[in-house]
Design a binder for this molecule. Structure first.
Ligand code: ADP
Ligand code: ZN
Ligand code: MG
Length: 495
């Protein structure tokens, strides 16, 4: 479409993603170096293979293939009988071999999809392919950013970390949809146990955006291949978070619309998301596939994966688990949703619900624990070594050892703020429910000490009982159960 025509047409936004996910394996994809480089000296997690030294040969890590097959099953992808690796050739300092081992045709996952929620709406986006490849090293620009740095350092610790590149169809119509999709994708990957979102740079996104005249879109919402090919699109690189993706794409959408409005053509190019400035900047004209001279990596034999699909099983995924929670534990949609938000939350809930009342467990996990964590800007991952203590706290409540109010407002808070164990707080604050004898004594004392209130009660003023309940509660330090106190008082007064 000419710039002039585009200017007059209604424009629809079209977005497709290439998401690079670091697969969580102990060692790299083609050598035995550790992938755990968080606190390692630069270039200390390296060997001849991941440094690309002459004569070094790659050996495929089975765990990376297993992780890819799990993702393939979770997104309903076709997994071919046989798959192979290719060399993608280019020169860049983070790539010591001058080629990246990746997959070209027949990648390990093909034609999948992922369904997610955007508000109340359910959306399904096609996943064209997902292929295995090696991560390059990382560059550190010293004294500036990529275009202003004084010099740049290179660290090959990351080189060879297994990546799964997930390529979607251009099915997104807004930046907001992309954000919801990424959240769902991450949830699924974490459920599968193949991904660690807390690892720095574990999710990196290239986002393609173009504008297509609305009248080129078919009635059912699909856009003809020709229109997609014709549309000049930009590829935005360097996006590392859901929020970043939403911001970068919103910026890019506005930038392209403004260009069209002014009668300018959108250039087909690669742009860089500058997170701190909140803008995308032009990097280079977009490279094409033929530039990379893909050819077979003959150092790795073809990989037969036909029987892996059956052999490898995947856990229940978030959507299925949410539905099951609703039915099995009779939970509201909202509670089921909260309780399946991460696999760890869901596992912890099921652990409690199997032992105590499922409603009590739901309140404790969805409202009390997640609520207090959220308030402190924490997640369940921050307390995973203390879930036994939360379990104990719920047990104290379930067994009526302490009141729910004290458990929530005093014990849980001190546990989170001061790192105390629940039994220590209960003892320290004297929160254990007072023994029956002691309550009974306090009831008798309250009656003896407050003849006026007793008289009011006998003359029909039912409110006077509340005063007496208050006296008993005060006497027992708030640890008696108000309902029980009320009953005991009435028995004593009426008897
Ligand atoms: P390339 O040759 O640049 O790798 P691909 O066809 O492999 O292009 O697609 C790369 C990504 O671009 C995919 O995520 C795809 O969904 C997306 N894409 C393709 N066409 C468009 C378009 N018109 N607008 C936005 N994204 C698009
Ligand atoms: Zn190595
Ligand atoms: Mg591509």
């Amino acid at each position: 479409m000419t710039a002039q025509a585009a200017q007059q047409a209604d424009l629809a936004t079209v977005i497709g993603l290439e998401v690079h996910v670091q697969l969580e394996t102990a060692t790299k994809i083609f050598c035995g170096c550790s992938t755990d480089a968080a606190d390692a000296e630069p270039n200390s997690r390296t060997c001849p293979v991941c440094l690309g030294l002459p004569g070094a040969l790659p050996v495929l890590n089975e765990a990376a293939v297993e992780a890819a097959v799990k993702v393939g099953k979770a997104i309903d992808a076709d997994i071919p009988e046989e798959t192979a690796f290719h060399r993608k050739n280019y020169y860049y300092p983070d790539l010591p071999k001058n080629f990246q081992i990746t997959q070209y045709d027949d990648p390990i996952c093909q034609d999948g999809e992922l369904t997610f929620s955007v508000g109340d709406e359910r959306r399904t986006v096609g996943i064209r392919r997902a292929h295995l490849e090696e991560d390059p090293g990382s560059l550190q620009h010293v004294g500036g950013s990529i275009d202003t740095a004084d010099h740049t350092r290179v660290d090959y610790n990351r080189a060879g970390t297994p990546l799964l590149e997930i390529v979607t169809e251009p099915d997104f119509r807004s930046a907001g949809e992309v954000r919801s999709f990424l959240a769902k994708l991450e949830e699924v990957l974490e459920y599968l146990g193949v991904f660690d979102s807390t690892r720095d740079g574990s999710l990196r996104i290239d986002a393609n955006l173009s504008l297509v005249a609305a009248d080129e879109i078919d009635d059912d919402g699909t856009i003809p291949e020709a229109a997609l090919d014709d549309a000049n699109r930009t590829e935005v690189k360097n996006i590392t978070s859901h929020k970043g993706a939403e911001k970068a794409l919103a910026y890019e959408e506005t930038r392209q619309k403004n260009a069209v409005k002014r009668g300018r053509e959108v250039a087909q190019e690669t742009r860089h998301w500058d997170e701190s400035r909140g803008v995308t900047v032009s990097m280079r004209s977009k490279e094409e596939e033929k530039d990379y001279r893909y050819f077979r990596e003959e150092d790795l034999p073809p990989l037969r994966v036909s029987d892996w699909k059956e052999r490898i099983s995947i856990p229940e995924l978030p959507d299925a688990r949410r539905e099951r929670f609703r039915e099995e534990y009779d939970l509201s949609a909202e509670a089921a949703s909260k309780l399946t938000s991460t696999k760890q939350v869901a596992d912890f809930y099921e652990d409690l619900a199997g032992e105590f009342d499922p409603d009590l467990a739901a309140t404790w996990v969805a409202d009390n624990l997640l609520g207090e964590l959220n308030y402190r800007d924490m997640a369940i991952t921050d307390v995973d070594d203390r879930l036994d203590e939360v379990h104990r706290l719920v047990e104290l409540v379930a067994e009526d050892e302490i009141t729910a109010k004290n458990a929530r407002e005093t014990v849980l808070r001190r546990m989170l703020d001061e790192g105390e164990a629940p039994d220590t707080v209960v003892e320290d604050e004297g929160l254990g429910k007072t023994g029956e004898d002691e309550v009974q004594q306090a009831v008798v004392a309250a009656i003896d000490d407050n003849p006026d209130a007793v008289e009011d009660y006998h003359s029909g003023d039912d409110g006077a009982i509340n005063f007496l309940v208050g006296q008993v509660m005060q006497e027992t330090g708030g640890s008696a159960d108000p309902g029980t106190v009320n009953e005991l008082l009435r028995e004593e007064l009426d008897g």
